[in-house]
Design a protein around this ligand. Structure first.
Ligand code: TXA
Ligand code: MG
Length: 333
């Protein structure tokens, strides 16, 4: 794994690696992606393998613009309206695959839908431009772990992994910090499958009718429910340490993840946003969880973060970080 500056030379080199069916990590405005040629079946397979991800959990295909996205998916009116307003940006649209969709069936986990996103990050844009076709890219973390928001996190995730990405393009710290909002546009009414910084209200301002994310989507697969978006498993984004939510006090051996102005202190603490700004909190969330995890504390106590808007997406990730972890043998996603 080489961490390289994303200059024109390295972007071309990254595109060459993708063309050869190998993996490249690149920054997006949300989190870092583990990229593979979306048309190449073996390359898509190696993404699942490198992450330890279940083959039933489909991947997002990234394109340079909506024009390229339309080669892969059929855009309903709703999808088109959302793409017009929010692309490029932290929004993923699930649509039906075109009949002659050139992407490997694997990116759709064998289904007839495909998740598409046009990222805004200039390095992602430059890479997609240089490569000239879709790049399948899940977040560049081992399955079930915290998504990476800088190049060093990617190194942490894949050190010692024989399928580690060959190159990591270093775009600095991700600006948004949590993964894109995922919206299913394949039904009469658009439905949010994953909360993100493009909020339900923002989507509603464009579409009027949007179904929010009912909590039953977060049930584990073995609860007998059919998961519309297999990524919506309860335990996800999990540090090694236990996570205790809604903390208003602290025991001696806990690390503290604070939010807003507070009197609470601990030898090991981070404040997501001392001023109580939710955008700033989202940006810091994963890096601070990693840093507190690295202190070796048995538990990370997390102060309440207000819901509503971006707060909902932050609380969604925190809830998953705190959820009961599957037994190691079951941890396939
Ligand atoms: O911000 C992001 O979306 C990042 C960056 C790299 O773009 N990517 C990302 O990918 O978070 P990943 O694989 O970690 O999460 C993709 C989510 C999963 O929950 C997956 O189940 C869902 O999107 N998904 C992908 N394809 C789908 C499909 N065809 N139908 C329903 N859900 C889908
Ligand atoms: Mg992920």
């Amino acid at each position: 794994m080489y961490i390289l500056l994303p200059d024109a030379h390295h972007i071309l080199q990254a595109a060459t690696i993708l063309r050869a069916g190998r993996l490249v990590c690149f920054p997006t405005e949300t989190v870092y992606g583990l990229g593979a040629d979306a048309h190449n079946d073996a390359a898509a397979a190696s993404v699942y393998q490198a992450k330890g991800r279940a083959s039933t959990n489909p991947l997002i295909v990234h394109t340079v613009d909506v024009h390229m996205a339309k080669r892969y998916g059929i855009f309903t009116d709703a999808a088109m309206q959302l793409a017009d307003v929010f692309w490029p940006g932290p929004l993923t649209l699930v649509v039906r695959r075109t009949v002659d969709c050139p992407a490997s069936p694997r990116v759709s986990a064998g289904g007839d839908t495909i998740a598409l996103r046009v990222p805004a990050h200039p390095v992602a844009q430059a890479l997609l431009q240089a490569f000239g076709q879709g790049v399948a890219a899940p977040s560049a973390n081992r399955s079930g772990r915290i998504s990476p928001t800088c190049a060093l996190h990617v190194v942490e995730e894949f050190t010692g992994n024989p399928l580690a990405p060959e190159m990591i393009l270093d775009g600095g710290e991700a600006e948004v910090g949590i993964e894109s909002t995922v919206v299913d546009c394949t039904r009469p009414q658009a439905e949010i499958l994953r909360a993100g910084t493009i909020t339900e209200d923002a989507l509603r301002a464009v579409l009027h009718a949007v179904e929010g994310m009912p909590s039953h989507h977060a049930k584990p697969a073995d609860a007998g429910s059919t998961l519309r978006s297999p990524g919506q498993l309860e335990s996800h984004y999990a540090p090694r340490a236990a996570v205790r939510l809604q903390a208003r006090n602290l025991s001696a051996d806990e690390a503290l993840l604070a939010f807003g102005p507070t009197e609470l202190t601990a030898p090991q603490m981070r404040n997501l946003s001392p001023s109580g700004d939710l955008d700033e909190a989202a940006r810091h969330l994963y890096a601070y969880l990693r840093e507190l995890d690295a202190t070796g504390a048995a538990t990370i106590a997390v102060m309440p973060v207000p819901g509503g808007g971006i707060g909902d997406a932050i609380n969604d990730r925190l809830r998953r970080a705190a959820a009961q972890r599957p037994a190691p043998a079951d941890r396939t996603l």
